[in-house]
Design a protein around this ligand. Structure first.
Ligand code: CA
Ligand code: CA
Length: 276
C-alpha cells in the first residue's frame, strides 16, 4: 500500500481560473480551466472535474501534466462547477480543489420589439374593434420575428395597454406596449314622440306628450326628458327632448305641440226686449 498522497492542492490551485469562450455554435460553449502547478517531484498529472452540481462532478478528464485545459461542448446559459485534482506517479490522488462555479453566457441576444403607434378611436358599440397595426420584431440571431399582441380587443370605452411580444429560437422573449384609447364623444340618438295638435279645453290645456326614445351606441337605451310638460296656452309650442350618455354627451330632438281653439262660443241666452 502506498501511503496516502497528500498535496496542498487547495492552496496551489487558488489560481484556478476559467476563460470562457463561445464556439461557432451559439449553444455550445467552451471554457478553459487553468491552475497553478504543483511542486511535488513525482507529480504525474491532473484531472479536471466538472458538472452542473457543486461537489458532484459528472465528468472527469485526465488531462495529463499540464496547467490548463479547454473543456468543450458546454451548454450555453448553464452554470457549471469546476474542480481540479492531481495525481502522482504512484497513482495517488489528491483531494479536489475548491469548487469554481461558472455561468456560461447564453450567447443569445433577445429580440427587439417596436410596437405600432398608440391609437385613439371613437366607440362604435359597447365594445369596439380596433385595428392595432403591426409591431416589428427583429433578432440578432433569427432575423425578423413575428410579434403578437395581447389583448387584441374588441375594447370597452377607456384606455387599454396592449402588450406585444416576440420570442426567439433560444426562448428569449421581449415585450413592448401600445396604448389604445376608446372614447365616446357621441350622444344618444333621440326619437321624439309624434307632433300633437289638441283642442284647447281651458286657458291652459293639459297635453299628453307621449314618450321619446333614446339609444346610445355604447350605453344602449337611455332616458329622454322634455324641457316642458305643459299645460299649454293656445298656440304652437316646441318641446325639446334631451338624453345624456354615461360620458356626458347630450343630444336633443324636438316635438311640436299645437293647441287650437276651433270651438265657437256658446250661443248667448235669448235677449230680453224692452219697448219704449
Ligand atoms: Ca436572439
Ligand atoms: Ca355615447
Amino acid at each position: 500500500m502506498h501511503p496516502t498522497f497528500r498535496m496542498a492542492l487547495g492552496a496551489s490551485v487558488l489560481g484556478l481560473a476559467l476563460i470562457l469562450g463561445l464556439a461557432g455554435n451559439l449553444f455550445a460553449a467552451t471554457a478553459t480551466v487553468a491552475w497553478n502547478a504543483n511542486t511535488e517531484t513525482d507529480l504525474a498529472g491532473y484531472k479536471v472535474h466538472y458538472g452542473t452540481t457543486a461537489g458532484s462532478y459528472g465528468t472527469t478528464i485526465d488531462v495529463g501534466n499540464v496547467t490548463s485545459y479547454t473543456v468543450s461542448g458546454l451548454t450555453a446559459g448553464t452554470t457549471y462547477h469546476f474542480a481540479v485534482s492531481a495525481y502522482d506517479t504512484s497513482g495517488n490522488q489528491s483531494a479536489l480543489s475548491s469548487d469554481v462555479p461558472t455561468a456560461i453566457p447564453s450567447g443569445n441576444t433577445a429580440p427587439v420589439v417596436t410596437p405600432p403607434a398608440d391609437k385613439t378611436v371613437e366607440a362604435t358599440g359597447p365594445t369596439t374593434a380596433v385595428s392595432l397595426g403591426t409591431a416589428t420584431a427583429t433578432d440578432a440571431e433569427d432575423g425578423t420575428l413575428t410579434a403578437t399582441a395581447s389583448p387584441t380587443g374588441p375594447f370597452t370605452v377607456g384606455t387599454h395597454t396592449i402588450t406585444w411580444s416576440a420570442t426567439d429560437s433560444a426562448g428569449a422573449t421581449t415585450t413592448a406596449t401600445q396604448t389604445v384609447t376608446v372614447r365616446d364623444t357621441t350622444g344618444p340618438t333621440v326619437t321624439p314622440p309624434a307632433d300633437k295638435t289638441v283642442e284647447a279645453t281651458a286657458l291652459l290645456t293639459p297635453v299628453t306628450l307621449g314618450t321619446a326614445t333614446a339609444v346610445d351606441l355604447v350605453d344602449g337605451a337611455v332616458t329622454a326628458t322634455p324641457d316642458q310638460s305643459g299645460p299649454f296656452a293656445r298656440g304652437v309650442h316646441t318641446i325639446t327632448w334631451s338624453a345624456t350618455d354615461a360620458q356626458g354627451n347630450t343630444r336633443t330632438a324636438t316635438q311640436t305641440v299645437t293647441v287650437t281653439d276651433t270651438t265657437p262660443p256658446a250661443k248667448p241666452t235669448a235677449p230680453t226686449i224692452s219697448l219704449q
